[in-house]
Design a protein around this ligand. Structure first.
Ligand code: ADP
Ligand code: MG
Length: 474
C-alpha cells in the first residue's frame, strides 16, 4: 500500500517545514481539543493529535465498509428490539459483570413498565482494520461497533483541509485534490434533527448529555452547530444536572428546568466510572421518558462485546435479519474469528487454545473507551488464572487482526517529531431513525481514520494513543 510521497519521509527539512504548516492548519481549521491541564476551559486549547500525512487505504475495502453500513444499522436496531436475544446472549455476562448487569436491569425495568418512547435514533460507528492474510491481500475486518457516544465525527471533517494543505506544501497538489470530502457531523445532525421533528414539539430542545471532564467539546460543538443552523435549540447537561433538575410529567415527557427535551444525545454513560447512585437514578429517569434517547439502553447493550461475539455464531444473523440474505453475507464477510468463553466444554477448549497460542488472540472485557484489552503474555496469565472460574465469561476472545504497517509522523503537542511505524483503523458512521416499526432514515454518514504506532496494542484518540488521519485511497 504505497503512497506517492514515500520519498519525502526521510527528508528531514521538508518534513519539519510540513509539520509546522500542518499544526497551524489544524489550529486554523478548528481541529481542536482542550488541554489536559485545563480540560473544562477553552481559554487554552491545542490541536487534536493527527498524522502529518494521510495514510493509504485500499479503495475496494473503503467501499466495502461503506456498503455494509446500512446493514449494520438494521442489525443493531434489530438486536435492540429483540428482548429474548439480549436476555439469552447476556445471561452469562451479567452474572459476573456488574456494569452490564445494571444496564440490563434498567432495560428490563423500562420494558416492564412499557416504553413511552416511539421514535428511535441510532448513531453508531463500525470500526475496521485491514487484516493482512497469508496471501498478503488485505481484508476488511470489523474490530467492534460503537453504539453509544461514538466520537470524532466533528473533528475528522477538518482533517481533509489540513492534509490537503500539507500535501501542497510538499509539492503534491494533484494528490491533495484526490482527498475525499467528509463531514460526519452533518449527517449525524440530520438524524438528530429528524428525530426531533418526529417527536413533534417545536419548543422542545435537544440535550447533549456530557461528561464532567469535557476535553473533546469541539468535536461535539460541530454537531451542535449543525443543529443551531436548523434553528433547533441545544442544551448541554451532565447526569448530575439531570438528577437535580430533571423530571417527568404524567405522559412521561422529560423536562429539564421546565424545558421539554425531545432528544437526549449521550456523549457519556458508557463506562462504570460515569455512574454513582445518583447518576444511575438519572439514567433510569431518562430511559423511562418519552424523549428519543440516542441510544436507548437496549441499543447500548446491542453494542457490547458479548453481543458482537454471539452475532458471529452460524445462523444468528439469519434469525435476526430474516429475508435479507445479501445483507447477512455482507455483514458476515467483515467478521473476524470471535469465541465465547462461557462455562462448558466449548469455552474450556477456547480457553486452552488461547493459552497455548496467546499471540493469535485478543481478550476483551465488556468495556469501552480503549486500553482494556489483553494481549500476548498478559492474556495468557489472566486466562490461566480464571480459566476454571465463571469470571472468564465477562470476557470474549477474538482473533488478532494483523495489518501491514506503514511509516508516518504522529503530531502531538509537546512531542518530538519522529517517524513511527503505524497501523490504521477505519470507522464508518451510521445513522438511522425509526418511528414505531418503520425505518424512516438509514444512512452512512461519513468516516474516521485513526492511526497509532504499532507498539501500542490498544487505545483510541481520547486515550492519547491514536491520532486523527485522512484516508488516501489506493
Ligand atoms: P474499545 O471499546 O475499548 O474501543 P476495541 O474493541 O475497539 O475496544 O479495542 C480497542 C483497540 O484495541 C482497537 O482500537 C484496536 O487498536 C485494538 N484491537 C481491538 N481488537 C483487535 C483485534 N481483534 N486485533 C487487533 N487489534 C485489536
Ligand atoms: Mg474501539
Amino acid at each position: 500500500m504505497a503512497v506517492p510521497w514515500e520519498g519525502v519521509l526521510r527528508n528531514k527539512p521538508a518534513i519539519q517545514e510540513a509539520a509546522s504548516v500542518a499544526v497551524d492548519a489544524a489550529l486554523l481549521e478548528g481541529m481542536l481539543m482542550r488541554t489536559e491541564g485545563q480540560p473544562n476551559a477553552s481559554d487554552v486549547v491545542n490541536y487534536a493529535p493527527f498524522t502529518l500525512l494521510p495514510s493509504a487505504v485500499p479503495s475496494a475495502l473503503f467501499e466495502q465498509a461503506y456498503a455494509v453500513q446500512q446493514d449494520f444499522n438494521l442489525l443493531v436496531d434489530a438486536v435492540s428490539q429483540n428482548k429474548e436475544f439480549l436476555e439469552h446472549t447476556l445471561a452469562s455476562t451479567i452474572k459476573v459483570d456488574d456494569f452490564t448487569a445494571r444496564l440490563f436491569r434498567i432495560h428490563m425495568q423500562v420494558l416492564e413498565e412499557g416504553l413511552a418512547q416511539s421514535v428511535f435514533l441510532g448513531i453508531n460507528r463500525s470500526d475496521y482494520m485491514f487484516d493482512c492474510g497469508v496471501d498478503g491481500k488485505p481484508a476488511l475486518k470489523q474490530i467492534e461497533i460503537n453504539t453509544i457516544a461514538a466520537s470524532f465525527g466533528g473533528l475528522t471533517s477538518r482533517s481533509v483541509a489540513v492534509h490537503g494543505r500539507v500535501l501542497k506544501a510538499l509539492g503534491k497538489s494533484e494528490e491533495a485534490s484526490r482527498l475525499l470530502p467528509n463531514n460526519p457531523s452533518k449527517g449525524l445532525a440530520l438524524g438528530i434533527a429528524k428525530a426531533w421533528e418526529l417527536y413533534g414539539s417545536q419548543s422542545a430542545v435537544v440535550m447533549f448529555l456530557v461528561e464532567e471532564v469535557q476535553r473533546n467539546i469541539f468535536d461535539q460543538r460541530c454537531i451542535e452547530n449543525e443543529l443551531w443552523n436548523r434553528n433547533i435549540r441545544v442544551i448541554r447537561k451532565r447526569f448530575r444536572d439531570v438528577f437535580e433538575k430533571g423530571s417527568l410529567d404524567d405522559a412521561r415527557r422529560l423536562y429539564m428546568d421546565g424545558q421539554e427535551v425531545a432528544v437526549v444525545y449521550y456523549r457519556e454513560g458508557y463506562v462504570p466510572k460515569s455512574y454513582d447512585q445518583q447518576n444511575w437514578e438519572a439514567r433510569l429517569l431518562l430511559e423511562r421518558s418519552r424523549a428519543v434517547k440516542c441510544p436507548d439502553i437496549a441499543t447500548q447493550l446491542a453494542g457490547t462485546k458479548k453481543v458482537q461475539q454471539e452475532l458471529s455464531r452460524p445462523g444468528t444473523l439469519e434469525r435476526l435479519l430474516p429475508g435479507r440474505a445479501e445483507a447477512v453475507a455482507r455483514i458476515r464477510a467483515t467478521f473476524a474469528g470471535l469465541y465465547s468463553l462461557d462455562m462448558g466444554e466449548e469455552g474450556d477448549k477456547i480457553a486452552a487454545m488461547a493459552i497455548a497460542d496467546p499471540d493469535r488472540f485478543v481478550l476483551k472485557p465488556q468495556r469501552e473507551g480503549g486500553g482494556n484489552n489483553l494481549y500476548g503474555e498478559e492474556l495468557r496469565q489472566v486466562l490461566e488464572k480464571i480459566r476454571d472460574s465463571p469470571e472468564r465469561t465477562s470476557y470474549i476472545l477474538m482473533d488478532k487482526i494483523k495489518p501491514q504497517p506503514s511509516m508516518n509522523y504522529l503530531l502531538r503537542a509537546h512531542s518530538p517529531l519522529q517517524v513511527s511505524k503505524c497501523i490504521s483503523e477505519l470507522g464508518i458512521f451510521g445513522v438511522y431513525v425509526r418511528q414505531g416499526k418503520e425505518m424512516v432514515m438509514n444512512k452512512a454518514a461519513g468516516h474516521l481514520l485513526r492511526t497509532k504506532a504499532i507498539e501500542h496494542a490498544d487505545g483510541g484518540v481520547a486515550a492519547g494513543v491514536a491520532v486523527l488521519d485522512t484516508p488516501y485511497l489506493v
